[in-house]
Design a protein around this ligand. Sequence first.
Ligand code: IPM
Ligand code: MG
Length: 357
Amino acid sequence: MKEYRIVLLKGDGIGPEIVTQAVKVLNRAALKFDFRVQFEDALLGGCAIDATGVPLPQETIEKCKVADSTLLGAVGGPKWDSQPGGNRPEAGLLGIRGALGLFANLRPAVIFEPLRGASPLKPEIIGQNLDIMLVRELTGGIYFGERGHKTVNGAQAAYDTEQYSVPEIERIARVGFEMAKKRSGKLCSVDKANVLESSRLWRATVARIGKEEYPEIELSHLYVDNCAMQLVRNPKQFDVIVTSNMFGDILSDEASMISGSIGMLASASLGSGKAGLYEPIHGSAPDIAGTGTANPLATILSAAMMLRYSLDEPQAAQAIEDAVAAVLKIARTPDIWTEGLKKVSCEEMGDLVCNLL
Ligand code: IPM
Ligand code: MG
């Protein structure tokens, strides 16, 4: 029987609650589809700072490196806001992405049919269904560029640098093109080439890879400001979007909101190997931590992505996604609850998904 070793980075705030539900669902899927999962906890974020003084202990990196994959809840919270930049919980998240070489972040923005009413966009704008795959570069750009403080004309100043090398752009472009090949054959690359040098290199490189390696893919380019507008004006025009680290961070929050709740969206971070890091795109929601009201579905869907992209269990992935779609017709957590449906807690939601599996 196949056995997979998965590291759990439960993190802070609602992290532990939502990961616990995803573990339940993974165990149920394992039973049904005949594989085994072994879980091991490791520390990341604020809880790691409390226990070890740093947000990303070396031990966590080692554990993740030898695992088949990693499932992450969320990190951060007001308790650690006074930490210096390099020792914030978020620095731990960036650190683990970098240490594992996870340069490609897949963020699907889909609308589950029962949630169409939850989207802030008008039904005629959403159309029949919406399914966008945002491919975000994750280990380069301004998040990882040179940064610091200096004095300018006698005043304190701070700076961060956006920098991309050709190989960095090439490899993320290929992820975008491959994704487009599996889907509609259309790829939109997003940059700010009218202003930024790094974006001009981005655009030229993506265009060259398209011409040389993927002539069958229909490639378009958009400036990021225009893309932000188009996402709410006519989101149906998009299928696969590929973009830089920071633009992807911003556009994925926007795209997620189209789906009705940021509590629904999963993500996969991949490198050149098979193992990946899977996490909901929402944060640690410290305001509702411990109240039992968190929505575990984005984490459960992240576990499904893990089964699909890292563990070769596509049937189990599909079954979980179907169970989530089914549960939304019966019961919801408070963030997406509407009249006529059962209002359930985080734990009850996990149980329901298991039952429907
Ligand atoms: C995300 C988050 C992170 C990011 C933060 C928490 C560092 O916003 O995964 O989108 O900016 O990448
Ligand atoms: Mg973000």
